[in-house]
Design a protein around this ligand. Structure first.
Ligand code: CA
Length: 227
């Protein structure tokens, strides 16, 4: 089976981590499990995982703290959060942690595998193309770099893919369903809030250039074609 890289699972409930290990392992990923936040931080440094499946409710240092510390170190390893409640999703977004994706318990293990796969594929595969400019924003698809007025900004893999997809056809309006399908590779339209969450994160990072992404009410989003 194709080697897809190592996934670090951080989960304190053995029944859940075993299920995650089973399915991610079955999908061809190497898997390493840690049961608390501090050990997880050490494991990230030691093992350099391709992606992290991070439970929020952990003893001691919780998943949100773990992600905050990683991002603070400039580590943008893709993270799929495992949340137990909707209000945890709001916390992730509010803190601008660069959560690339999340699943809410109870989740289907197949869905988790699909999310991890999508994340790894997007993080590793460069999109061929030139540099697109949207007013002060430049999107370099080959180098996966975004600059605002010449200043580089750090985006998660998903945020980058979302922006690059919108920027691939400035002015064109994409529905949430189209974006879910193209950027996330999922056809689960009940999760369209995921799109809104990531657009909100992206706009925060774009700062004064947030207008580069327009909301088309009742339809979806587009990249501004006139800056
Ligand atoms: Ca837990």
């Amino acid at each position: 089976m194709e080697e897809r890289g190592l996934v670090l699972i951080v989960e304190d409930e053995p029944t859940i981590s075993e299920l995650e290990r089973l399915y991610l392992g079955g999908a061809g990923f190497g898997v390493h499990v840690e049961t608390d936040g501090r050990k997880a931080l050490d494991a990230v440094v030691r093992l350099r995982p391709t992606a992290i499946v991070l439970d929020i409710g952990l003893p001691g240092l919780d998943g949100i703290e773990v992600c905050r510390i990683l991002r603070g170190r400039g580590d943008w390893t893709p993270v799929v959060f495992v949340t137990a409640r909707d209000d945890e999703v709001d916390r992730i977004v509010g803190l601008e942690l660069g959560a690339d994706d999340y699943v809410t318990k109870p989740f289907s293990p197949r869905e988790l595998v699909a999310r991890v796969r999508g994340l790894v594929r997007r993080a590793s595969g460069a999109i061929a193309g030139d540099v697109t400019t949207l007013g002060p924003v430049s999107v370099d698809s080959a180098r996966r770099r975004v600059e605002v007025d010449g200043r580089r900004i750090d985006l998660t893999a998903t945020e980058f893919d979302l922006l690059a997809h919108l920027a691939s056809q400035p002015g064109r309006v994409f529905t949430r369903e189209q974006l879910l399908s193209s950027v996330w590779g999922v056809a689960d339209y009940s999760s369209s809030r995921t799109v809104d969450v990531h657009v909100a994160q992206l706009r925060l990072k774009l700062g004064e250039a947030a207008g580069a992404i327009r909301t088309v009410r009742g339809v979806g989003y587009s990249a501004a074609d006139d800056g």
